[in-house]
Design a protein around this ligand. Sequence first.
Ligand SMILES: NC(=O)C1=CN([C@@H]2O[C@H](COP(=O)(O)OP(=O)(O)OC[C@H]3O[C@@H](n4cnc5c(N)ncnc54)[C@H](O)[C@@H]3O)[C@@H](O)[C@H]2O)C=CC1
Ligand SMILES: O=C(O)C(=O)COP(=O)(O)O
Length: 529
Amino acid sequence: MPKVLVSDSIDQVGIDILSQVAQVDVKTNLPPEELTKIIPEYDALMIRSGTRVTAEVIEAGTQLKIIGRAGVGVDNVDVPAATRRGILVVNSPEGNTVAAAEHAVAMMLSLSRYVPDANQSVKAGKWDRKSFTGVEVYKKTLGIVGLGKIGSHVSSIGRAMGMRLLAFDPYLSTERAEQMGCQLVELDFLLRESDYITLHMPKTPETYHLINAEALDKMKPTARIVNCARGGIIDEAALFDALKQGKIAGAALDVYEQEPLQEDSALRSLGKELILTPHLGASTEEAQVNVAIDVAEQIRDVLLGLPARSAVNIPGLRPDVMEKLRPYLQLAETLGNLVSQLAGGRIEEFNIRLQGDLATNESQPIVIAALKGLLSHALQERVNYVNASIEAKERGIHVVETRDATVKDYTGSLLLTATGPLGTHSVTGALLGDNEIRITSIDEFPINVPPNRYMLFTLHRDMPGIIGKIGSLLGSFNVNIASMQVGRKIIRGDAVMVLSLDDPLPEGILNEITKEPGIRDAYTITLPE
Ligand SMILES: NC(=O)C1=CN([C@@H]2O[C@H](COP(=O)(O)OP(=O)(O)OC[C@H]3O[C@@H](n4cnc5c(N)ncnc54)[C@H](O)[C@@H]3O)[C@@H](O)[C@H]2O)C=CC1
Ligand SMILES: O=C(O)C(=O)COP(=O)(O)O
């Protein structure tokens, strides 16, 4: 049974899902060296923002197949290191959107009405109404930096509260921003115009310290800023100075450059102009159930050999598209494996032609699946959907992808051509009826056979007696033939024979076969079970 380590606290519903297929160990607050020490035992790791999955942890995780982040941000995972090792990283892109957006709005309103400090004051026995006169958000300008899932939800709440909405997002169209009732502007304009600024972008080299002393200087003295995105987007030292000197009216932080926030952080010394929460954006009952289910299901599926729906390090796919592509991924992988064996394994050139309905832009995962199949004979389980493209590139395989929507013999078909030590070979395949895989041509000879674990292909002269000879030769080696088919273009020209065998071909038999008069070549193929 596979083993899953859950190293941050996640909802029980996630543990229950994982327990269907794995032994689940929950060990939270592990020191980094302890995590590195125990990770070799585990097939999967499930985390939140508390665990740092460094390159060292990934190197040590020799059994690791998947890292599941029960939330959005994966900045605590060394994703490139995971990709190089072929480890899938998945997250829950939408499970906590509402929770994070509502927390940002709660921060904005708390800042406006000093709710946290007023509460503390009453609990301390006082009745001070004067110190806590606030401001309204109605008719004020809200500047949203990062108008993605969370930013968009904040925009709809802002609109409902009667706010004017500005947005800065370098990767979003003006049209999309307008659909959400936001005016897309430059950051500089947003900083100068907004009464409230809320940050909702990922932490990247580009966004690190985006809100620095210079940016804070541009803000109005009455402005308030909220960061429920990531620590490090705001320069904390510059924010401290700006608040201390009254350059801005307030700030609310849920996330910090270093988490947990250092006990002696100067930020803790500020008054009601600064609100601090301990990374609570995703901490609602609903969000925790959502993300736990979302990520646990993906880990379960991957451990069962199925694809994940929200992989961070392979192209993202909508679930309905994935559902449609799934049988074709298997087809592509099988054909990739087959053509690589025909061409002799060490492939130099690989051409994949997506035909008919597959000639769309959404079929990129099919190319990856074909590469996985192509490399799997050489790399076995070391190659997967995550690292197949990188492995192909590192091996210097020249990959060419073409599309032809005019091929109509099947709904969708694939033509793979590989060049290796045994020359250039091609194979075509399609799906029949109930998604059954059919090999529909080999080296341009038409056939129609399902793939089989053990197969023998021969290229021979189409003449009487050949088929019988091979049959009796295999019989003399005690190899049972399950099915046989011949494909030819012209009578008595060249032909291919495809034999599905119940047993692997014994050593040396290929030599015997190729010695037969009329047989030009013979290839033995073993496909995964
Ligand atoms: N405090 C918390 O507990 C939580 C924090 N988060 C954080 O919230 C952030 C946003 O999450 P989502 O909305 O789900 O992500 P998303 O991917 O839907 O949206 C991010 C948006 O930021 C934009 N963006 C990228 N670079 C930018 C830049 N330089 N300047 C301005 N915009 C830029 C993108 O174009 C995108 O529209 C993430 O950093 C995530 O980690 C998410 C959930 C909970
Ligand atoms: O989903 C995110 O990006 C978050 O920041 C939430 O973090 P958490 O899962 O609460 O540690």
